[in-house]
Every structure is written in structure tokens, then in C-alpha cells.
Design a protein around this ligand. Structure first.
Ligand code: NAP
Length: 681
């Protein structure tokens, strides 16, 4: 069988003599992998012209809705992915992380894009920047999709998650993807991409797949394209310094080897809850995916006087981990992805053993359940110990990408922090302690060297996602050895594929460009009250200036009685004179309530509900005798999809509200959000 690529709208078979990939458990051949015959310039052109053009025509929310539909579609086919995943040596739990963890990330990105970004083909970012004294010249940032492709070169350990966590933000951004999975497990990626293409949820050209080498693809990229790489530091360095990548300043995000630490707190007694949590976390990180996790704990940093107790507890826990064919009942750790990888890990353990002592595992002959130890890519859980970890650099620099960790002792907190930093930049660190003062010192002491730090103790353990799990809303990446890149991190990852451009001009021009009202822009007025208009009929910039109202003492007294708020600034003449305001003033909440009374149109109409208020600022006090008036302006419209159970089809309208006094000075500024019915014709 040949593992195929999907390029230029068709499935492509390479030559017959491609690289052979085998079942990690049985060693049986699965197929050959070759990208021979692919015209890589054409692949990029197809991505740009077919995929890019179609994606950029969709709004961000439309792309996000398709992500959700695609995630649902893939979930519906998960059983077949689990079946194939077993061939990579994965247990059911490992496959869950890869398959459902990846699909979950896609769901998350659908939500993040709809919640945090504009419902336009582009997004508007941050506040309006005032650049002139009179306010006729302003600036604001927009983010537009890059007009190229994003090339994702992935590692072998997460053939599904590794793809999905990158394509979800890219597709949400409106940038087509070219996925290049690592060869040893590309057959699982291929199966998932087949379902994506068959679903026809994303336009043709949005998703292409290259199984095998990428040929001269990198030579064809330019400033509109980007590359994200996950894999070994040596390959990453080679690709990052590719002459064309440098020549065209092609953004290159790199995630590479990472020697993540976990520190056991200074006062953790053997048998205490934190001690047990530390051991449990370490065993989990060693055995999930047979330790082939970029976030696995490679360096276990423990108080010097606890080394023996930790070794003993680890030994007891690892003894219970049966290694073998995950299809056999009771097996908890499967195989590495292939025998080449097994030899790589043996080599790394050999190098580590030159300066560290193997204290658990490390023998080539060990019990394998339900499979042939020679044919499958099995590896025993192995623990080493470094006795001079401040001087011995090997465990801080050599990554054995399997079920392998090195124990090292520390004498005081500063030493623990110094050891953590010797990893020279990692994806994640963790400290297991109930002492928040220690936690704070370790987090602040090691954060500059790490992309994420977990503090684990009894308070959060039951719900903690653990040391090794990257999460969609949080950054995944690390400085230095870890590649210096950033993935995930919520909307940040979507923006990575977009160009941030500062737009300068008049308020009216900025309103037209951003499709959001900019204060100072020429308003749109109409004799019809804006609350009587359906969502589609409202124009951005549509404005209502209300009648005036003079605030009286009776207003203050009535509002105080109604709300129960008898704060001295409203009710105590003497204290109010000494206050910041030097007089009694109206309640701020009265002022905004009075404003609502001025701007609403009371009869039933298309405005169905007021569901929030943002950015409220009270600027000037309102005293007895002051006269206020309100201006509301339609600032932004966000169309919503109608769900089957929804009674109405609605959109959200954000209104800028300004309350002014008799001197035309603003006294309060805020945004209100209303749910407005659509005509839906
Ligand atoms: P690798 O050998 O560096 O390969 C990574 C990817 O690069 C594969 O898709 C590989 O394709 C491709 N590649 C290799 N040479 C290339 C070239 N000249 N041009 C274009 N692409 C090329 O790494 P690996 O063995 O797959 O993965 C293990 C390593 O990944 C470990 O060191 C681990 O630390 C790291 N990793 C890091 C993270 C992270 O998030 N930081 C996550 C997972 C893994 P082929 O397979 O076809 O050669």
C-alpha cells in the first residue's frame, strides 16, 4: 500500500520505492511513503489561488463555524482513527490525547474566533489611538489574512493533534494550509485528512497534505507564506536557515527539543499528598505516549534528602506499568513509533549513562506482554540519576525521546531554580508544593526560561490537566532550546497567520475601513428611532441624540431609597463638602439609568434585550441642577447564527453611549450590547 498525498485537488501516489513504515507493535509493514512527482510550486500556487481566495471571501465567524462542523465530522469518524492509531504503538489513552485532544482544540478555536475576533474577513484590534490635538487624525490596528499559505512540518508523536492545533488557527485566520506530517506516523494523518477532504466543509485548496519529503517547496515561499515546524532542533535549525526563508523573511515558528523540569517542593515528606502527586505526575509523563511527548518531564529535581525515597516510590509505581500490545488487557504502555526511534532512544540513554547512573530500567531484556520484543518498538521505563547536576550538563542537554527521565538532587531553593534553568529554555516546568511562597519563588525564578509553569498541589490536583497537556487558551512554546516559538495561546495563534497593519486617517475614514464606529466620525441620522430598526437595517454610525433632563435632589433621594445606596457623597451635605467633589452628587448608576430612560424606545420592537455593558467610565460628577443628555451611536454589528432551538434570529449591536452635561462635557462613557432581531429575508 502507498500512503498518498492530497495536492492540487487530487490524491497523489508517489513512486513505489518510497520509505517503508511499519506497525510499531508487530513490525508488519503498513505502506510506503513517497512524494515523488509532486510539483511543489503548483501546490503552493493552488493553495494560494484556490484555497486562499475562497477562505478570504469568508468572514472569520464563517470560517470558525466551518471549523466546528469539521470537528463534529471528525468526531463522527473517530472509531476508524483509533483503529489506525493503535498501529503507532499508542494505547487507547494515548490515542485519546492525539485524536480527541486534537479535535477538542479545533472546537476551542472555533469558539475563540467567534468570541474574540470580528465577524468580518479581517479583524480590528485594540483601541483607537488619538494622534492629533483636535481628534481629526486617528490610528487603529487591523489584522488581515496573509495572502500566502502556511506550511506545517510536524513531528511523528502526535499525527492528529500536531496537525489540528496548527490548521485550526490558520484556517480561522483565512490562510490555507499545507500539512507535512512526519513519515513514521503519516498514515494516521492521511486517514484524517481523507475525512476532511471528503466532508467538503472547507473550500478546495484550503487543506493540502504532503506525505514524504517536501522537495523544493521552501524555495517557492515568499513574504506572504509562513512555516511552522515541530521536530528536532537539528532539523529545525537547518530549515530555519534555509536561504529562501531568510531572503524573504518568511515567518518561521519552531518547537523543538525540550528538557522540561518538575521540582518536588522542599518540605514534601514521603507519603504526603504532594509527594504522591509528584510521583504520579512523573510516572504519567514517562508512560503516556511511551514518553514521546515534547512536554514530558525529562528532569526530576528533588530535595537531595528525598532522592532515595523518590527512586523507591518511582520503582514501585513503574513496576505496575505493563509494557506491550495495548490491545491486551492490563497493558499501560505501548511502543515507540518505530524501531529507528527505539534505537535513537537507546543511543541517547547510552550517552546519558556516561555521566549518570541508571537506577531503574535501562535493560534491553524486559517483559513485553502480547508482542515480540524484537519486532515491536518497545522500550523499558528508565530512570537515571545525576549526582553532580550543577556541573554535569548531559541531562540538561540530551533528550531521550521515550519513557526516560533523570533524577537530580538540590540542596536549597536557589539551587533548584538554577538546575531548572540549565535546560536553557523549555516548553514547561512544574513545581509540586503546598507552599505558595515556594511556588511563587520557583515560578518567578524560572518563568523567563519556560513557556508554561504548572503549580500542583492538593487544591487543584483533582481538576488539573497535568504537566504535559498544552491547552488551546494557553501558550505552548518555549525559548532557547525549545525553539523560541509560540503556538496556541488563544486568539494569539490565529493572529500569527495575519498581518497587523496600523491604519491612519480621519474618524469617518476609519469607520468606513474598520466597519466599526470611530468617535468623531460623521454620524448617520434618521427620523426613525434606531431601536425600531431590524439588525440588517441599522447602519454603523447611526446616531440618536436624546432630549435633556435636569437632575434634582428628588432624583438622588428617590434613587437612594430605591437602591438602598446612602453613600455620604449623595446624602451627607457636610461630608460631601469635604469630599473630592466638594458637593453632593448623583449616583453614577442613577446617571446611567436616567440615560437608558432617555434613549430607549419603550414599545415592543426589534430590540429584544439589553445583555451587557462594557468599558464604563464616570468622567465628571453630576450635581443637583446639572442637565444631562445622551448620545447613542451604533458602533459594531455582530450577526449570530440561528440555532435550531432559537425563537428569533438575532445579531448583537454594540452602541457607544456618551452622557454629557450642560457644558457638553462627557460625564459618562460606555458601550451597551443589545440583542436585535433580524428581518431574515
Ligand atoms: P525530525 O526528524 O526533526 O522531523 C520533524 C519533521 O521535519 C518531520 O516531519 C520530518 O519529516 C521533517 N523533516 C526532516 N528533515 C526535513 C527536511 N530536510 N526538510 C523538510 N522537512 C524535514 O523530528 P522527529 O524525529 O519527527 O520528532 C522528534 C523530535 O521532535 C523530538 O526531538 C522532540 O523533542 C521534538 N518535538 C518537539 C515538540 C514541541 O512542541 N516542541 C513536539 C513534538 C516533538 P520526515 O519524517 O519525513 O523526515
Amino acid at each position: 500500500m502507498q500512503i498518498e498525498s492530497y495536492v492540487c485537488g487530487a490524491w497523489h501516489r508517489g513512486s513505489n520505492d518510497g520509505r517503508l513504515v511499519s506497525n510499531a507493535i508487530t513490525g508488519e509493514p503498513i505502506g510506503t511513503v513517497s512524494s515523488d512527482g509532486i510539483d511543489f510550486a503548483e501546490v503552493r500556487r493552488h493553495g494560494r489561488e484556490a484555497g486562499g481566495t475562497a477562505l478570504r471571501a469568508l468572514s472569520i465567524h464563517d470560517r470558525a463555524n466551518r471549523l466546528k462542523a469539521l470537528a463534529k465530522h471528525l468526531l463522527g469518524h473517530k472509531a476508524s482513527f483509533y483503529e489506525i492509531s493503535a498501529k503507532t504503538g499508542a494505547t487507547k489513552g494515548d490515542s485519546w490525547v492525539d485524536i480527541e485532544g486534537g479535535i477538542g482544540t479545533m472546537f476551542s478555536y472555533s469558539g475563540i474566533a467567534r468570541r474574540e475576533l470580528s465577524n468580518e474577513p479581517f479583524s480590528v484590534e485594540g483601541d483607537v489611538e488619538r494622534l492629533s490635538a483636535k481628534g481629526s487624525f486617528l490610528g487603529r490596528h487591523i489584522l488581515v489574512p496573509k495572502e500566502g499559505v502556511s506550511v506545517h512540518i510536524n513531528a511523528f508523536n502526535f499525527p492528529c493533534w500536531g496537525m489540528l492545533e496548527k490548521i485550526a488557527p490558520s484556517l480561522a485566520a483565512g490562510v490555507p494550509v499545507i500539512v507535512k506530517p512526519a513519515t513514521p506516523s503519516c498514515y494516521l494523518t492521511e486517514a484524517m485528512v481523507r475525512e476532511m477532504i471528503a466532508s467538503e466543509i472547507f473550500p478546495e485548496g484550503s487543506i493540502q497534505l504532503i506525505c514524504g519529503g517536501v522537495g523544493d517547496l521552501l524555495d517557492h515561499l515568499d513574504e506572504q507564506d509562513s512555516v511552522t515546524f515541530t521536530g528536532s532542533a537539528s532539523t529545525g535549525r537547518k530549515l530555519r536557515t534555509h536561504p529562501n526563508i531568510i531572503e524573504n523573511s518568511v515567518p518561521f515558528n519552531m518547537e523543538a527539543d525540550s528538557l522540561n523540569y518538575s521540582i518536588l517542593g522542599e518540605n514534601a515528606e514521603p507519603g504526603s499528598p504532594v509527594f504522591d502527586l509528584f510521583i504520579k505526575g512523573l510516572v504519567q509523563e514517562m508512560t503516556v505516549k511511551a514518553g514521546q511527548k515534547c512536554t514530558a518531564i525529562r528532569r526530576a529535581i528533588v530535595p537531595q534528602n528525598r532522592i532515595d525515597a523518590v527512586t523507591e516510590a518511582l520503582g514501585a509505581a513503574l513496576d505496575k506499568v505493563k509494557v506491550g500490545d495495548p490491545a491486551v488487557e492490563g497493558v499501560r504502555m505501548g511502543a515507540l513509533v518505530g524501531t529507528d526511534q527505539r534505537e535513537d532512544v537507546w543511543q541517547a540513554v547510552g550517552q546519558l549513562a556516561e555521566s549518570c547512573e541508571i537506577v531503574l530500567g535501562g535493560q534491553r531484556d524486559f517483559e513485553v506482554v502480547g508482542a515480540d520484543i524484537e519486532k515491536g518498538a518497545f522500550f523499558p521505563a528508565t530512570v537515571l540519576r545525576s549526582d553532580n547536576p550543577l556541573e554535569n550538563q548531559a541531562p540538561h542537554a540530551i533528550e531521550a525521546f521515550g519513557p526516560v527521565t533523570t533524577l537530580m538532587g538540590y540542596n536549597d531553593r536557589d539551587e533548584a531554580i538554577a538546575l531548572a534553568k540549565l535546560g536553557r529554555g523549555s516548553l514547561v516546568g512544574s513545581v509540586v508544593t503546598s507552599d505558595d511562597e515556594e511556588a511563587s519563588a520557583v515560578v518567578l525564578g524560572t518563568a523567563a526560561y519556560h513557556g508554561r509553569v504548572l503549580v500542583l498541589n492538593e487544591d487543584c490536583a483533582a481538576e488539573s490537566t497535568g504537566h504535559g497537556s498544552p491547552l488551546a487558551p494557553l501558550v505552548h512554546g518555549g525559548p532557547g532550546r525549545a525553539g523560541g516559538g509560540e503556538e496556541l495561546g488563544g486568539a494569539r495563534a490565529i493572529k500569527h497567520y495575519m498581518q497587523r497593519t496600523a491604519v491612519q486617517g480621519s474618524p469617518t475614514t476609519l469607520t468606513a475601513v474598520t466597519r466599526q464606529y470611530t468617535p468623531g466620525a460623521k454620524p448617520v441620522t434618521d427620523v426613525v428611532h434606531p431601536f425600531r430598526k431590524y439588525f440588517e437595517d441599522l447602519q454603523i454610525g447611526e446616531q440618536l441624540v436624546t432630549h435633556r433632563r435636569t437632575v434634582t435632589e428628588a432624583d438622588i433621594v428617590n434613587f437612594g431609597c430605591l437602591s438602598g445606596d446612602h453613600f455620604y457623597a449623595h446624602f451627607d451635605e457636610i461630608a460631601a463638602k469635604d469630599s473630592l467633589f466638594e458637593k453632593r452628587v448623583a449616583h453614577g448608576y442613577f446617571v446611567i439609568s436616567a440615560a437608558a430612560g432617555m434613549f430607549v424606545d419603550p414599545a415592543p420592537g426589534p430590540v429584544l434585550a439589553n445583555y451587557g455593558l462594557d468599558n464604563l467610565r464616570f468622567i465628571e460628577p453630576v450635581g443637583i441642577g446639572d442637565t444631562i443628555r445622551t448620545t447613542i451611536t451604533a458602533k459594531e454589528k455582530i450577526a449570530k447564527d440561528k440555532k435550531p432551538d432559537d425563537k428569533y434570529h438575532t445579531g448583537v449591536v454594540k452602541w457607544a453611549v456618551e452622557i454629557t452635561n450642560q457644558n457638553d462635557e462627557p460625564v459618562a462613557l460606555y458601550d451597551i450590547l443589545t440583542l436585535v432581531e433580524m428581518r431574515g429575508e
